[in-house]
Ligand binder design. Sequence first.
Ligand code: B12
Ligand code: SF4
Length: 523
Amino acid sequence: MKKKDLKILFVIPSLRLGSPTKFLPVGIGSILTVIKQHGFNFDVLDIDIHNYDDNYVEQFVSNNQYDIVLTGCIVTHYKWVKWLTHKIRKNYPKTCIIVGNSVAGSCPEVFLRNSAADFSVIGEGELTCLDLLCKLRDGLPTNNIQGIAFIDDKDNFVQTEKRIACNINDLPMVDWEILDVQKYLETSDYAGAEGLVVDDTNPPRVMPVSTARGCAFKCSFCHYVFWNDPYRFRKPSSVLKEIRRNIEQYGANYINFWDDLSFAGIQQAEKMVDAILGSGLKFNWNAAIRVDLFGHPRNTYKRRREVAEKFKRAGCLNVGFSLESGNQEILDMMNKKIKPEYFQEQVEIMKDVGITCSTSVVFGYPIETLETINQTFDLCYNTGVYPSIGYLLPLPYTGMYKWAIENDYIKCEDTYLDSISERQDLCLNLTKLEDKEIMYAISTGAENLNKKMGLGLKPDKLIKTGGYRKHNKKTFNNVIDPTNIKRKENDFSFNYSEALFDIDLGVEKNTKNLSSQKEKGKK
Ligand code: B12
Ligand code: SF4
């Protein structure tokens, strides 16, 4: 393609079109920052923040020709991304289409064979994307670029050597000016800011910061793009530099640590909170941890409690950690490497120091029974935490996806991936229970928990299952013509955001918290 001034378009998809809460896209934002620093010019079609519907997108890609179009998102948006690539290809056969993130990287062959994309970028995107754009601009061979996959001239699937993970401290902080950052800030007011006390003098200004990449664990239902890279975390000084910028330039007062795992150990965590305390910066924040951080007896109770207190003093308002199941056998099958007791102890410590807890549970492992479902609800009740409830959603590259294929639950991967929505929908039932039985047990358990905890959640807020009827096909062998996909067949209307953020998270109500603010705003 050798061309000095490539015409490049980045498309930012919307996972939840029309959602009142928007999240700054950290992954694409980081790629755009690196590409810009290396002198590339590009346009951005930000579907998410502008809520462009499919007609608009279709018109846009039909009326505007580009040499290269790039996009990427989570694999649950597989069908839509396929649709987009085919729309581009239909109008402009020579446009090079590059797709990253798990939609392309966790199932590269299925994706490349069914979409109209030319390249899948696998794993970390910044350097691979830069390498690819430079080679395309200079007309150099692309088949030896690390971290990509493509279908060659002989129709063979080719996956190149893996790219070694970069040093995340060397990456530039995301340049949010590339996007409509003000609009994002206006619509991300409450994005994940659990526990934030807001009043007229302190309006929420929430921004994400990525402090770590990947996770030190490999649970059998999980996949993250940095799966094959070692767990890495940024130096506190680098994280704080970005937070200072966000406070000074954007007036941020709440930072979401947008990580799979913000802290793998107590020492790492303590170093970060000490640095926050020493920085003099005043902001609130939340982080993603595991139940073993403050719940595992490998550190004394006293030490765990001391570090938790420091968290609070450093401005932490909420930590997210997943119980997943109250049944040890299921936890073992998940490869979670935790015990339900850790959860109990961690919740106790966090509540003691005044930090709220968000947790999630996954129902639907093959050995799930009515009894194990109750065990999970009982544990939530005993600890006083209302969880984000979800079903096991086997996603590509996970142990449970492999299991579902081997056990004939997924017959055609492409059709299955077209059908999936979110974990709040029962997309594939791997248990011995009937669909109705498991759904009833879960909604009853949720309702009981709601009553026992006196939360007053309305039935539609207990768990969102609206998509079930649309996605309850048991066998996925109904192949869809990829050139003629209608978005509404798989409508990704938001639900998880509501399920997560609209509820009282089992927090002591000594302050005016977000849920009540939001309710007030609605009235
Ligand atoms: C923020 C977030 C969300 C936001 C997304 C909003 C947004 N605009 O970003 C919301 C809340 C909407 C969300 C929803 C869900 N999420 Co989420 N989310 C995250 C979270 C916490 C941070 C994402 C992030 O910023 N990562 C940091 C950046 C640096 O990484 P990245 O985005 O992956 O980008 C890199 C690469 O992917 C690649 N890349 C990305 N884009 C592009 C584009 C191009 C062109 C190229 C070349 C490369 C490329 O390069 C980037 C830099 O290296 C991650 C956990 C995590 N740390 O990744 C989970 C995570 C991505 N989510 C996950 C899941 C499961 C979900 C849900 C499916 C949960 C559910 N309810 O069922 C839903 C999906 C909703 C839907 N409708 O489809 C999983 C992904 C599973 C998978 N197989 O992909 C993750 C990894 C969490 C986990 N460990 O389970 N999520
Ligand atoms: S579920 Fe959590 S702990 Fe398990 S691999 Fe995924 S991010 Fe890590």
